[in-house]
Design a protein around this ligand. Structure first.
Ligand code: UDP
Ligand code: MG
Length: 315
């Protein structure tokens, strides 16, 4: 069995040598036929130079350098499109995904699964962070028809046919947690303990996390738009009842002029609501805009061996 390991890397010069060592040690125990696909996602440090050196010394370490930072989703996609293995693993470069776990995951894949995902425990994380992520997944599973699991990230092993299924989804906005779940196939889960980053620092900022959360909801269905419709109906009904009451009151007692508080509350509340849903509309419109451009998901500037400059996905 041939095994490919895809590793997206963004400014990981410090960790790649350790990764190489750990991966080769773990993979040689699984199979004699493996390749590691390092994808340089437009790093600004010496990551690419390290990759070239690793490839020189060990041709099983292949690399692909994107022309700029396209984001982890695009980097993973670039790697997947080049992977030649019967089984393809995806993991981070920072050794937060323990390579030793791959043996167990491959074993499980061999028992007839197409996806084996690693689920990390959240031990050692701040309580607040744990609570926020639990809340996020609870809400996501309500908002999106697709089942998402807490602690499950991109660390997984896929069969070649699952990889082909992923590559057949041509959308530009890629929320891979959702895509992995959308393609279906029999999926098994393997648990592991949370590990701290080996070196360098995390690329997630709070803002990126919030944006990611919004992406997750908006890129998968139109429920937020549905919510706007329901809220609109509710507000209209309340306004209608209120109007009847006001008219009845005016007919009975005449018009009493003070109404400043009611008006200001109505204007501010409705204004806010309208802006919010205008924003939601814009989110969907923006997505359509990006999809219609049909731009490639990434561009390649350098690769070990022959690699295409871009990959057109989908039918
Ligand atoms: N990464 C990437 N492109 C980016 C950001 C991150 O390829 O724009 C890679 C990064 O090099 C690492 C993986 O994605 O291998 C996960 O990133 P990170 O460790 O920063 O995320 P965290 O583990 O904190 O969720
Ligand atoms: Mg990490």
């Amino acid at each position: 069995m041939r095994l490919s390991v895809v590793v997206p890397c963004f400014n990981e010069e410090l960790g790649l040598d350790y990764l190489h060592e750990a991966l080769v040690a773990a993979l040689s125990r699984i199979t004699g036929d493996f390749e590691v696909l390092l994808v340089d996602d437009g790093s600004t440090d010496a990551t690419l130079a390290v990759m070239r050196r690793l490839h020189e010394a060990d041709p099983r370490m292949r690399f692909l350098a994107l022309s700029r930072n396209f984001g982890k989703e695009a980097a993973m996609l670039a790697g997947l499109s080049q992977a030649t293995g019967d089984a393809v693993a995806i993991m981070d470069a920072d050794l937060q995904h323990p390579p030793e776990l791959l043996a167990q995951m491959i074993d499980v894949l061999g028992t007839g699964y197409d996806q084996v995902v690693a689920r990390r425990s959240r031990t050692g994380e701040p309580l607040l962070r744990r609570m926020v992520s639990r809340l996020y997944y609870r809400m996501m599973n309500q908002a999106v028809e697709i089942e998402l699991q807490d602690g499950v990230g991109d660390f997984r092993v896929l069969s070649q046919r699952a990889v082909q299924a992923l590559l057949s989804l041509g959308e530009y906005n890629r929320f891979s947690k959702g895509l992995f779940s959308w393609i279906g196939f029999d999926t098994a889960t393997v648990d592991y303990q949370n590990v701290a980053r080996h070196s360098g620092s995390s690329k997630w900022t709070f803002r990126k996390l919030v944006n990611y959360g919004i992406d997750g909801v908006v890129s998968f269905n139109n429920r937020p738009l549905r919510l706007a419709v329901y809220l609109g109906m509710l507000v209209t009904m309340i306004a209608f009842c209120y109007a009847i009451w006001v008219v009845w009151h005016a007919v009975k007692d005449g018009v009493d002029s003070p109404g400043y508080v009611t008006i200001i509350c109505g204007v501010l509340g409705l204004g806010g609501l309208q802006l919010m849903f205008l924003g939601i509309l814009g989110e969907y419109l923006g997505r359509i805009y990006y999809e219609t451009k049909r731009r490639p998901h990434f561009l390649v500037k350098e690769a070990s061996g022959d690699a295409p400059v871009s990959v057109a996905l989908g039918p």
